[in-house]
Write a protein that binds this ligand. Structure first.
Ligand SMILES: [Zn+2]
Length: 360
């Protein structure tokens, strides 16, 4: 009997857009949104404003620099132990980085809604999940895929890394969806001391336990924060926040928008290996809402090496389908990167792709 086709489904920001999450280019527009109106939120907003004024000559109401620019400037200075101008020391830059990541998680949490297009697509994928013929490679930090998979009570999640459930307990699901999250995830936290990684399937764990956010960072921007009463509420008890194995503080586990992303921790290495295996094993690749941006040059290199691995002469080894939403620029990126062999484009969004999606 012929071997059945294996699928790799690669999800980019356009997939999460189906669930109303903002695209990367839109996130910075919400940094100063007035909906973040608690005392803690206002301190965070003021700290980010102070940084943008000092480093980018930003003024209220003015154009906010892209997240790539913000994080790349922070990371290149802080990671090499240098100031960014007179004021922003590496210590201050690392603090602003943690504060910014927290705000971005807040932004990603604000608009979420269930998407019927995603549900329909996943229902179509269910036989593939049951036969273990599909793996997901996800470039996003959000948990849109995980939340939509909840419609299948039998389907658990395998992040393909050595991750532990934050709340303990066993996963008794009959099948597991393989999901390699190469840029990390908002429902993961990482312990810098014992290198454990934890996840919570249903919650944005980092946001929930305010992982990585601490009083000392906020004090760097506002000395008066020590006295403010909201800080009592900000920090949960250590049993709620600290590493389950060694009781050290845990932080978020994501690769930020920086052009110089950090993939040095071992959990990233495992996620990347898992992505490589999913891509190499599959003969059919389906890209959903991913535009092959230049900033993802390391991921593009992974795609290219898997694409060419068993290729001989002009015969490609992968059948590629790309689902976009009226994005001619992205289509040109793909045509340039993969050539014209066996690459099909569907430019009318995920909701209309289902009828074209063949399981063989
Ligand atoms: Zn630990």
């Amino acid at each position: 009997m012929a071997r059945k086709t294996k699928f790799a489904v690669v999800l980019g920001a356009g997939f999460s857009k189906c669930a109303d999450l903002p695209l990367a280019g839109e996130v910075s527009n919400f940094i100063f949104s007035e909906e973040f109106d608690s005392s803690l939120d206002k301190t965070i907003t003021a700290a980010i404003g102070e940084f943008l004024k000092g480093a980018f000559y930003w003024e209220r109401g003015g154009l906010i620099p892209s997240l790539e620019d913000i994080f790349t400037m922070i990371d290149l200075s802080a990671n090499s132990g240098h100031n960014l101008g007179r004021k922003f020391t590496p210590k201050l830059l690392r603090a602003i980085r943690r504060i910014l990541v927290y705000r971005i998680f807040q932004i990603l949490d604000r608009n979420y809604r269930q998407s019927s297009a995603i549900h329909t697509f996943l229902e179509h994928c269910l036989p593939l999940l049951q036969e273990e013929r599909i793996g997901f490679v996800v470039l996003n930090w959000d948990i849109v895929l995980e939340r939509h998979l909840e419609i299948f009570p039998d389907v658990g999640i395998d992040y393909c890394i050595d991750a532990l459930a934050w709340s303990g307990g066993k996963d008794n699901s009959s099948f597991k969806a393989k999901i390699a999250k190469v840029h990390g995830s908002s429902n993961w936290v990482y312990c810098d001391n014992c290198h454990s990684i934890f996840y919570d399937r249903y919650r944005k764990l980092s946001l929930e336990i305010k992982a990585g956010l601490n009083k000392a960072d906020l004090r760097l921007f506002d000395e008066a924060t020590t006295k403010k009463s909201y800080l009592k509420n900000m920090e949960r008890s250590s049993t709620e926040r600290d590493c389950r194995n060694c009781s050290c503080a845990v932080g978020p586990h994501i690769a930020t928008f920086s052009f110089k992303k950090s993939f040095r921790t071992h959990a990233f290495a495992n996620s990347w290996l898992a992505a490589e295996k999913i891509l190499a094993d599959a003969s059919k690749w389906v890209f959903v809402g991913y535009s092959l941006p230049a900033a993802d040059y390391e991921f593009k290199h992974l795609l290219k090496t898997c694409h060419l691995r068993f290729a001989k002469g002009k015969t490609p080894t992968k059948q590629i389908e790309v689902v976009l939403h009226d994005d001619e620029v992205a289509e040109r990126n793909y045509r340039g990167f993969f050539g014209n062999y066996d690459v099909s484009f569907f430019q009318s969004g995920l909701e209309n792709y289902r009828s074209h999606f063949q399981l063989t």
